[in-house]
Design a protein around this ligand. Structure first.
Ligand code: SF4
Length: 356
C-alpha cells in the first residue's frame, strides 16, 4: 500500500489523523462490499437480500442527507480509484464535451439497467455480481487514463445522476478523502460545488440533456418501476418489453410535465423546480419501497426484507411513508440552500484555481 494512500503526500488542508480515519472507513466499507459481492456469487439468496433489500434501500436517504459520506466510502469508488492512489493513472483531463457525453451515457445506463432488476438482477445473485464486477472493471480502466473522479465517479457511473439529483442540499461537507489535490478535472466539480444539481452545468448540450433527463424523468421512472412485478420467465422477449413499458411511460410523463413547467418559470426559480422533482423522486421511492420491505407491498413478496404484515397494523406503514415524504420535501424544497458541498475541495494543485 503506497504511503500516499495512508496520508496524502501532497500538501493538503486535511490532517493525517483525518485522512487515516477516512482510510479506515474506506477499508471497512470496501470489505463490506467484497463480502456482499462474494455472497451474491456464492450465496445468492443472502447476497440479494444484503444488496437489493438492505444496501440499495438505504442509499437514496443517505444521498439526500449526507452524500459526502458515500462519495468517500463507496466500495466501487475505492476500487476504481486504485490507479490514482498507486500513481499509475495517465491523469488526462476530459474535455467538456467528453464529460457531457459520459453524463448522458450514465443516465441512459441507469434507465437501461434498473428495469432489468425485474427480469434478471432481483432473482440472480450471479448476474448482479457480474454487473458489479463489470462496472468496477470499466471504472478502473477509465481511471487508468483519466484524472481523479472525472470519468467514472462523476462521469459514467449510473448512480451518479441520482446522487446529483438528490444531493442538492446536503447536511454538511466532509473532507474529500480521495483527491490528493484538486486538479480541476470536472467543471463544475459535483463533489466540491455547493448545492449542485443536475441542471447546474450548461457547458455543453450533453450536460443540458443529461440534467433534463434525470430531473424530469426520474420521478415517473421510479413510479412506473414499482408497478412492474418481478418476472419469473426472464428468457422471453415479452418479459423484456414488459419490464421497460411502465418505467418508460412514467419517465416520459414526468419529463413532459417538467419541460412544460420549466418553460413557464423564471431562471431564478429553476433550482426550486429541480428540488421539487428531486423530492418527488426520493419520496416516491420510499412510498413504495417501505411497504415492500416490510410485507405490505403491492407486488406480493417482491422486495421483501422482513414480513411484518401480521405483526404491525397497516396504519404504521402509512404513517412511515407520509413521514418520509414530508421529511424529503422539507429537506430538499422548504429548507433554504445551505451552501454546502458534498465534500470540501482539497487545495488546488500549483497553478490551478476554480477558474482554470
Ligand atoms: S475535487 Fe478536484 S480533483 Fe477531485 S474530482 Fe473534483 S475537480 Fe476533480
Amino acid at each position: 500500500m503506497p504511503s500516499s494512500y495512508l496520508s496524502f503526500k501532497t500538501p493538503n488542508q486535511f490532517s493525517p489523523k483525518t485522512i487515516l480515519e477516512w482510510r479506515i472507513a474506506q477499508l471497512v466499507f470496501w470489505l463490506i462490499g467484497v463480502t456482499i459481492l462474494t455472497c451474491l456469487l456464492f450465496y445468492p439468496t443472502l447476497g440479494i437480500t444484503l444488496f437489493w433489500n438492505i444496501l440499495i434501500p438505504v442509499a437514496p436517504a443517505l444521498f439526500v442527507v449526507g452524500l459526502g459520506i458515500w462519495r468517500n466510502v463507496c466500495p466501487l469508488a475505492t476500487t476504481v480509484l486504485i490507479p490514482h492512489h498507486y500513481g499509475i493513472s495517465k491523469k488526462r483531463i476530459l474535455s467538456p464535451t467528453e464529460s457531457g457525453i459520459l453524463n448522458v451515457m450514465a443516465v441512459l445506463l441507469l434507465f437501461i439497467i434498473v428495469p432489468l432488476r425485474h427480469a434478471i438482477f432481483n432473482s440472480s445473485g450471479l448476474a448482479t455480481g457480474l454487473l458489479i464486477i463489470s462496472m468496477a472493471l470499466t471504472g478502473m480502466v477509465l481511471s487508468l487514463f483519466f484524472e481523479w473522479k472525472s470519468a467514472w465517479c462523476s462521469g459514467l457511473c449510473p448512480v451518479h445522476p441520482v446522487e446529483k439529483l438528490y444531493g442538492g442540499n446536503t447536511s454538511t461537507s466532509f473532507p474529500n478523502a480521495h483527491c490528493h489535490q484538486c486538479m480541476n478535472c470536472v467543471k463544475p466539480c459535483p463533489d466540491s460545488t455547493p448545492n449542485i444539481h443536475p441542471e447546474s452545468s450548461y457547458k455543453t448540450r450533453y450536460h443540458k440533456l443529461s440534467g433534463l433527463l434525470i430531473t424530469g424523468g426520474l420521478p415517473g421512472f421510479i413510479w412506473g418501476w414499482f408497478h412492474v412485478p418481478d418476472e419469473k420467465n426472464s428468457a422471453s422477449v415479452h418479459t423484456f418489453i414488459s419490464v421497460y413499458l411502465w418505467p418508460l411511460m412514467g419517465l416520459f410523463s414526468t419529463l413532459i410535465l417538467y419541460m412544460i413547467l420549466k418553460s413557464f418559470i423564471r431562471q431564478e426559480q429553476k433550482r426550486f423546480l429541480v428540488s421539487v422533482f428531486a423530492a418527488a423522486g426520493v419520496s416516491c421511492y420510499y412510498w413504495y419501497r417501505i411497504p415492500a420491505l416490510l410485507g405490505f407491498g403491492y407486488e406480493g413478496n417482491d422486495g421483501l426484507l422482513v414480513n411484518l404484515r401480521n405483526i404491525i397494523p397497516e396504519w404504521m406503514i402509512t404513517f412511515c411513508i407520509i413521514a418520509t415524504t414530508t421529511f424529503f420535501f422539507y429537506w430538499l424544497v422548504v429548507r433554504n440552500p445551505n451552501k454546502k458541498s458534498w465534500v470540501i475541495r482539497p487545495t488546488f494543485a500549483k497553478g490551478l484555481s476554480i477558474k482554470k
